[in-house]
Ligand binder design. Structure first.
Ligand code: LMR
Length: 324
């Protein structure tokens, strides 16, 4: 008997036919923590579901398209929303705001209606602003549970471990880099000093790696040359995040993952903030206190906050002034 019978979880991917949705769905199909995978998208989700259903795994998979989003969502333990446009060379994440905000609002409204108790992971860019749109939509729908909404920033964490591994010669799988802030420019703050413990890198090295992590998305967009942005390593990172969430739902203790969540750390200035959080059966069990940082990281945190505030303001303005 497969171990997965112990872990019976339903996961719904919104935007499942897209450039992240397809590899993410492939990855989730192979996870022992997922027994029921629902795929939703405006087009082709049924086909993606049929395709994946030919894999010899015991996960049940099914695709849904407009008209049946309720069935895709009903009873899901975890909903991962990857629906949205990807940027092209020459664009910054903020250029995606108008299109993706509308999609986030529409899909979050559906989640509130059909899967009100689910844990929600949000990926589309500009993520910092999209988190505000998702939170405000849930509040409007009276379905906001601050423990259950997550902005997924695990891509920054895996990039950090790979780039840090390259400089130190350490196996990246052994390097857990906590991420503070958010997911754009200076708001991404990898705490490399914490991952290294007693070992040290120079200030120049820390600056170089931090910059490379912040530039990671731009490098992929440029290299893909118009055919999209980071999708495969995003799917890999999101699988890691999802499995942690599902293990915590099973009652495993002490699981920590960096995510953007409703956080006491920067309140009252900022309601949402990315940092390591301990997971539990209801989502966020506890936001961990800020760890002791080195001088470079302290300084970068000061620089991150005004940019985060600006990104959040854009989300609030969209929600409360532009169209509502
Ligand atoms: C990334 O960091 O790769 C993603 O946010 C996608 C992008 O457009 O940069």
């Amino acid at each position: 008997m497969r171990a997965s019978f112990l872990h019976r979880h339903s996961v719904c991917v919104l935007g499942a036919s897209g450039h992240i949705g397809q590899p993410l769905s492939l990855a989730l199909m192979q996870s022992k923590y997922v027994t029921d995978l629902r795929l939703y998208d405006l087009v082709y989700a049924t086909g993606v579901g049929v395709d994946l259903s030919h894999m010899p795994v015991s996960t049940r998979v099914r695709g849904y398209e407009p008209g049946s989003i309720d069935k895709a969502l009903k009873g899901a333990d975890l909903v991962i929303n990857v629906a949205g446009l990807a940027r092209k060379p020459g664009m910054v994440r903020e250029d995606l705001f108008n299109t993706n905000a509308l999609t986030i609002e529409e899909l979050t409204t559906e989640i509130a209606k059909h899967a009100p108790g689910a844990i929600i992971g949000v990926i589309p860019n500009p993520l910092n602003s999209m988190m505000v749109v998702a939170a405000e939509t849930l509040k409007r729908e009276k379905a906001y549970d601050p423990r259950k909404l997550f902005g997924i920033i695990s891509l920054d964490a895996i990039r950090a471990s790979v780039f840090l591994g390259e400089i130190t010669g350490k196996d990246p799988k052994t390097l857990e880099v906590p991420i503070l802030g958010g997911h754009s420019g200076r708001t991404m703050l990898p705490l490399l000093s914490i991952a290294l413990g007693d070992e040290k890198i120079t200030n120049d090295q820390q600056e170089l790696i931090t910059h490379r992590i912040r530039r990671g998305g731009d490098d992929v967009v440029k290299a893909k040359n118009g055919s999209g942005s980071c999708s495969l390593s995003m799917a890999f990172a999101t699988l890691g995040w999802a499995e942690k969430v599902l293990r915590a739902l099973d009652g495993e203790k002490g699981i920590v993952v960096s995510s953007i969540v409703d956080s006491p750390l920067m309140k009252p200035k900022l309601d949402l903030f990315g940092s390591p959080v301990e997971l539990g059966r209801e989502g966020v069990e506890r936001v961990l206190p800020l760890p002791k940082m080195n001088a470079y990281e302290e300084e970068q945190l000061d620089r991150c906050l005004p940019d985060l505030e600006m990104n959040y303001r854009k989300g609030y303005e969209y929600f409360h002034t532009c169209k509502h």
